[in-house]
Design a protein around this ligand. Structure first.
Ligand SMILES: C[S@@+](CC[C@H](N)C(=O)[O-])C[C@H]1O[C@@H](n2cnc3c(N)ncnc32)[C@H](O)[C@@H]1O
Length: 190
């Protein structure tokens, strides 16, 4: 078995010890539902996952995955852009979100032209910061290798440089370093 963990696996490994039963978390890009399932398992049975995606097919795929795992009662899937996330989070949960995952780019196996866009991603990231609990964490998996992805990755790097100083920022490189390889940004509120 390979010793390398992919960046999606590293994001899960990093979050595992930090989120527990009862926590409230957000999957900002549901896609095929792998991250959402990971989050739902971590916070069940008492926690809550909000999941967002602009594609109905992603919401359906995620819903099926979550329901097959018997975790539907703890998950609220929202067919809307993550730039509107603040509008969908219950007031009592604002400022209490323990983790927010962004896995950017396009939905694997689907239309590669439907991608996250840097303008809306940055709006969503600012909302995410405003929703975080003390010691809450944001992970952002960015893919510079596809059209539009490089610009989005650069804008996220720049955003990280001027983000609220209450956040510690780390950037984790892909196990296979190439200029087009994904990057994992990790921001934790101190
Ligand atoms: C790489 S996939 C996510 C993978 C997913 N987290 C998983 O575990 O399978 C990126 C997703 O972002 C979605 N997306 C694009 N723009 C979005 C936006 N503004 N708000 C929410 N989701 C968006 C796409 O539809 C796509 O499903």
């Amino acid at each position: 078995m390979s010793d390398f963990l992919s960046l999606p696996q590293q994001a899960h490994k990093l979050l595992s010890p930090l989120i527990y039963n009862g926590d409230c978390v957000i999957d900002a890009t549901c896609g095929n539902g792998y991250d959402c399932l990971f989050l739902a398992r971590q916070v069940a049975p008492l926690g809550w996952v909000y999941g967002f995606d602009i594609q109905e097919s992603a919401i359906i795929a995620t819903q099926q995955r979550i329901e097959q795992a018997g975790l539907g009662a703890n998950t609220q899937l929202i067919h809307a852009g993550h730039q509107f996330m603040r509008d969908h989070i219950a007031t009592k949960n604002k400022g209490h979100i323990k983790a927010i995952m962004f896995n950017l780019g396009y939905l694997p196996g689907s239309d590669k032209k439907i991608i996250t866009r840097s303008d809306t991603t940055l709006v969503a990231l600012n909302s995410a910061v405003s929703l975080l609990a003390p010691s809450g964490i944001i992970t952002i998996l960015a893919y510079p290798g596809h059209e539009g992805g490089e610009q989005e990755t650069i804008r996220i790097k720049n955003w990280c440089q001027q983000v609220d100083s209450t956040l510690d920022v780390k950037i984790i490189d892909s196990p296979q370093p190439k200029s087009t390889a994904p990057l994992l940004f990790v921001l934790q509120k101190n």
